[in-house]
Design a protein around this ligand. Structure first.
Ligand SMILES: Cc1ncc(COP(=O)(O)O)c(C=O)c1O
Length: 389
């Protein structure tokens, strides 16, 4: 059976030849902001049955595979997504059914019910940026009634909670992307609340381990978090010129090879498992909450942006500070040319959801991670504000 084609489109070309970012976009070893008071973390993914795998993408692949997803099956996934949420579906030669999202990124029970009418075998429910989806229980019940498997995507919600309820505990399967919170050269996690887990659990080879350590050190050295003789890359990144940038914005089919077959059946690197097991999760969570509050304070009065959620609940731990730009095309370029590597999901699979297309351009993700030290974080806040002024 031929793979159904999923077309991805970059909604605005990446600005060509922009400076390399000066701060880590993901946590690195060797540097950390001050924590103040620790924040007691609870997470479904800190339970002993968690399987550590190379990435969230690989974890999603195995969750879907164990859900029985195979060639020609349908998988419901939000129209607003990171491409890594779609690659596992493509790798299994299944077909995504795109569910519309609301302006506040809610995935409603109604949208899920609509997808379930298309006889999807599984539903992927992401808690975007660490905010728990308000309709989670209703979605769970609808999936159960329809005989569909619920895969909770907690890539952003490792430490999130809603009261005593923990993301990752609702779905039949749940995945996390540990590298977004804890330093590591890779890192994902898979839990099963119902059903089997057939991941082969191959141990990584020593070349993989060495490559991982090299990358761990290199990533930290690149942003000056540690001193290390490996070359620290300098200069410009992105497409070389406007014409190359425009070409990148053309619709392209999702590559099935995006799931690396050589890493798919193995466990996460030993170094990654060790870093995760020994991480000071309470401190990481505390710094994230403080950073979130600082962004809210610094950007609250800025007319060029609008916070997605200006305040955090007392028990909430965010992934990033999501913010809407008022004139995204120009502002995103300005940020890139200032070396501010903010993320935006402007590379979307084509769908009919206009809200997703609008959010893909306007919603950017500001880092809250602990491995920016306090001075670097304040510099980031300053430069971000200046770039938009
Ligand atoms: C919502 C969401 N799900 C899944 C993933 C995949 O995680 P990983 O990068 O660890 O493969 C990502 C990655 O950015 C993500 O943002």
């Amino acid at each position: 059976m031929s793979t159904p084609e999923v077309l991805f489109q970059r909604l605005q070309p990446i600005p060509p030849a922009h400076p390399r970012p000066w701060f880590p976009t993901l946590p690195v070893i060797g540097r950390a902001g001050g924590a103040g008071q620790a924040f007691p973390v609870a997470s479904r993914f800190l339970a002993p049955d968690t399987l550590m795998v190379p990435s969230g993408k690989v974890a999603t692949y195995w969750a879907l595979r164990d859900a029985g997803v195979g060639p020609g099956d349908r998988v419901a996934v939000p129209a607003y997504h990171c491409p890594t949420m779609i690659y596992p579906i493509v790798a299994l030669r299944a077909r995504p059914v795109f569910m519309p999202v609301e302006r506040g990124l809610e995935l409603t029970a109604g949208a899920v019910a609509e997808a379930l009418r298309e006889r999807v075998r599984a539903v992927i429910l992401p808690h975007y940026f660490g905010f728990v989806q308000p309709d989670t229980e209703a979605v769970m019940a609808a999936c159960r009634d329809a005989g569909a498997v619920l895969v909770e995507d907690c890539a952003h919600a490792l430490y999130a909670r809603r009261g005593s309820a923990l993301p990752g505990a609702w779905g039949d399967y749940a995945i996390a992307s540990t590298r977004k919170f804890v330093p590591g050269s890779e890192g994902g996690a898979l839990v099963a609340n119902q059903g089997q887990r057939s991941h082969p659990r191959r141990e990584p080879g020593w070349t993989d381990e060495l490559r991982g350590l090299w990358r761990l050190l290199g990533d930290a050295a690149e942003v000056g978090a540690i001193r290390w003789p490996a070359a620290t890359p300098t200069g410009l990144i992105g497409p070389p010129d406007e014409a190359a940038a425009a070409r990148e914005a053309l619709p392209t089919p999702a590559p099935a090879a995006e799931i690396d077959a050589s890493a798919c059946d193995r466990l996460a690197l030993r170094s990654v498992r060790r870093l995760f097991a020994n991480a000071d999760h309470d401190r990481i969570a505390a710094v994230r909450r403080r950073r979130y509050a600082r962004w809210a304070e610094a950007l609250g009065a800025l007319p060029q942006v609008r916070a997605f959620a200006p305040t955090l609940a007392d028990d909430q731990v965010p992934y990033v500070f999501p913010v809407r730009l008022s004139s995204p095309q120009a502002q995103f370029r300005a940020l890139k040319y200032r070396g501010i590597a903010v993320w935006r999901w402007d590379h979307l699979a084509q769908s009919r959801c206009a809200v997703s297309a609008e959010l893909a351009l306007s919603l950017i993700q500001l880092p809250c991670q602990h491995s920016l030290d306090d001075d670097a974080f304040e510099r980031l806040v300053r430069e971000f504000t200046l770039a938009l002024s």
